[in-house]
Design a binder for this molecule. Structure first.
Ligand code: SF4
Length: 199
């Protein structure tokens, strides 16, 4: 699929998400947040859900957690416009509460369609919700993010070898230097894989 077709398909998804009422989160959201970045990306980052600033601006990872993520990406020579970034949920849960299983179930079709359009070689899951979702899709048991973060999991998506790298969510690392280091290690791994895979 060429770039233009993918961009049009993502635009179509954005139109659907803007009108979506499949779960109750549409009632409190200001703006839905589909995703941002390159449709040609080999690396897709998946977070949990939009937060306060994301809800206001309609873009993913633009608040403090996003700034921290940008900083760690820059340290590893990964530019935001080389990757694609999205969340499991496209609308902000009130007070940034955890996503509910029924909301993830209602919203997952959008994420699936995004992934299917981009078909990345590497998926970086940020936090336990996106990790649990992608692990379940790959048939890998998941207990806690602490057990799996910073490791590489080889899976088969779209009949192709795909790598999943779970990481802590940057929001958890805002006031925790140890977690920031752990995220740095996971992203360093992604940078190294990118070189090895030539992507
Ligand atoms: S969170 Fe997803 S399913 Fe729920 S209203 Fe928003 S776009 Fe629709």
């Amino acid at each position: 699929m060429d770039s233009r077709t993918r961009i049009e398909a993502l635009q179509q998804l954005m139109d659907e998400v803007s009108k979506c009422r499949k779960c109750n989160l549409w009632r409190s959201r200001r703006n839905p947040v589909l995703g941002d970045g390159s449709v040609e990306a080999s690396i897709v980052f998946i977070g949990e859900a939009p937060g306060y600033w994301e809800d206001i601006k309609g873009k993913p990872f633009v608040g403090s957690a996003g700034k921290l993520l940008d900083e760690i990406l820059r340290e590893n020579l990964i530019l935001r416009d080389e990757i694609y970034i999205t969340n499991v949920l496209k609308c902000r849960p009130p007070e940034n509460r955890d996503p509910r299983p029924e909301e993830i179930a209602a919203c997952s079709d959008y994420l699936e369609r995004q992934l299917d359009l981009i078909r990345p070689k590497i998926i970086v899951t940020l936090g336990r919700h996106s990790t649990a979702y992608i692990f379940s899709r790959a048939g890998i048991p998941f207990k806690s993010i602490g057990d799996v973060q910073g490791r590489i999991y080889e899976v088969k998506f779209w009949e192709t070898k795909t790598y999943v790298v779970p990481s802590y969510h940057p929001a958890a690392a805002l006031y925790n230097a140890k977690l920031r280091d752990e995220i740095g290690n996971a992203i360093r791994l992604v940078g190294r894989m990118r070189g090895e895979l030539g992507i």
